[in-house]
Structures are given as structure tokens and as C-alpha cells.
Design a protein around this ligand. Structure first.
Ligand SMILES: Nc1ncnc2c1ncn2[C@@H]1O[C@H](COP(=O)(O)OP(=O)(O)OP(=O)(O)O)[C@@H](O)[C@H]1O
Ligand SMILES: [Mg+2]
Length: 223
């Protein structure tokens, strides 16, 4: 699955990033480059900084120090144009207390983009949830694995340039895991989406990634 992305232009460049919480440094990245259309794995023990790095890449959180360049421009969390290109499936996704369809279409609606019902159906299909069965269900009528797949569908509907996945298959059964993996890779295939995936599933990462980054105590080592 891994493709030669060495000739692709740089999408991200991080320089001298430090993140601190309550005065304590939890992430320190001197330099990191991510090529367009690549698939990057992110591994590390609990507390090593994976989610923190993903939130910075999503422009949801600003680092205490350092610069994040996206397509060559120094970007920050207040810039809408860049936030629209990137979407994060958080470690513990949150669903609105509404229908599946409303959840899936939410991102398009807040962006003021066309949210025809067939778009929600298309992405529910991608994650293996039968649209007829699921569009009108309420958020509380879902299993954990189905809720995770709805949350992913809500990101896929945006056809993101970058999809950041924070432990997307943790505690899911085999079927949900397979669907999440297939749908993430389909984004890469259909839309050239760049993927950054934090996961403890080394076998999966090794089979799909161009590069796997290891975080240890907030510091990167490249394997
Ligand atoms: N909002 C916060 N306030 C204070 N400390 C935080 C906050 N978020 C994370 N931390 C701390 O930052 C460090 C990195 O956390 P992070 O969640 O990025 O790790 P992780 O690699 O994603 O861990 P896990 O595998 O458990 O998800 C940890 O020491 C954590 O306790
Ligand atoms: Mg985490």
C-alpha cells in the first residue's frame, strides 16, 4: 500500500516545537517534515505525546513555541483556510445528541457547504454502515464500534486533504476495525488524502505507512 511519496511536495514542516501543559514540557520536536499524500504512523507509550502532536497538526492547539508550516506557510489555529483542509478523529470522538445523519452532515453544514442527503449516505457506505438502517437512528442507538464509524464518516464527508486518526481502532471488534481501516485507506485512494495515524497496531502501520514515527517522552525517533 505504501507508495513512493519522496517526490511529493512538503505538506507540513514543524520547526522547534515545544508544547507545555501547566509549565511542564510534554512535546519537543526539533524538526519534522510530512510529504503530501503520505501515510505516517505514530507510535509510543501512553503519555508519549501522540495526541498532543495530532492536535497541533490539526491546528486545534497552538504549540507554546515553534512554527508549523503548512504548504510552505506558517500557520496558526486562527486560520480557517488551513483548518478546513485538516480533520482529526479524536481518541474519544464525541457525537452530537442528534441523528446519525445530522452528525455526519454537521461539518459540511457549519462550513456552509452543500450537504445533500446522498453525501451522508455515501460516507456511511464507506464505513460499512447501511444508510437505510442508520441515517435516522439517534446517537444513543449505536454500539461503540458503530459510533466510531459514524464519527469517521463525519470526517470523510469533508473529503479532507489531511485525515488525522488518533487510535481509531482501539477497543473495536474485528468487523469495525476492518471497516475503519478500509475507509481510511479509501480516502487516500479517492482523494489523495494524507493520513497520520496514531495506533498500537504495529502490523497495520507497517503494512500501510510510508514512515513510522516513534515518540518517547515527547521526543521523536524515526524508525
Ligand atoms: N490538557 C492537558 N493538560 C495537562 N496535561 C496534559 C493534557 N493533555 C495531555 N497532557 C499530558 O501530556 C502528555 C502527553 O499526553 P498525550 O495525550 O499527548 O499522550 P498520548 O501519547 O496520546 O497518550 P495515550 O497513548 O495514553 O493516548 C501526558 O503526560 C499527559 O498527561
Ligand atoms: Mg493519545
Amino acid at each position: 500500500m505504501a507508495q513512493d511519496t519522496s517526490k511529493e511536495p512538503l505538506l507540513y514542516r514543524l520547526e522547534d516545537i515545544i508544547q507545555k501543559y501547566g509549565g511542564r514540557a510534554v512535546l519537543g520536536i526539533d524538526s519534522l517534515a510530512i510529504a503530501s499524500k503520505s501515510i505516517i504512523g505514530l507510535v509510543g507509550h501512553n503519555g508519549s505525546g501522540k495526541s498532543t502532536l495530532l492536535r497541533i497538526l490539526a491546528f486545534l492547539e497552538a504549540p507554546a513555541q515553534g512554527k508549523v508550516f503548512f504548504q510552505g506557510k506558517a500557520c496558526c489555529t486562527r486560520q480557517d483556510w488551513v483548518r478546513r483542509k485538516v480533520t482529526l478523529l479524536p481518541q474519544e470522538p464525541y457525537l452530537l445528541k442528534r441523528s446519525v445523519e445530522a452528525n455526519v452532515a454537521y461539518g459540511l453544514r457549519v462550513r456552509g457547504e452543500d450537504n445533500r442527503p446522498d453525501k451522508a449516505r455515501e460516507v456511511l457506505d464507506m464505513v460499512g454502515l447501511c444508510p437505510e438502517d442508520f441515517v435516522r437512528r439517534s446517537w444513543h442507538e449505536l454500539s461503540g464500534g458503530e459510533a466510531q464509524r459514524v464519527a469517521l464518516a463525519a470526517r470523510l464527508i469533508l473529503k479532507p486533504q489531511v485525515l488525522l486518526l488518533d487510535e481509531p481502532t482501539t477497543s473495536l471488534d474485528a468487523e469495525s476495525t476492518r471497516r475503519i481501516k478500509e475507509a481510511s485507506l479509501a480516502a487516500r485512494t479517492h482523494w489523495d488524502t494524507t493520513l497520520v495515524v496514531a495506533s498500537h497496531d504495529m502490523a497495520w502501520l507497517e503494512s500501510i505507512c510510508d514512515k513510522i514515527l516513534t515518540l518517547e517522552g515527547g521526543r521523536l525517533t524515526i524508525s
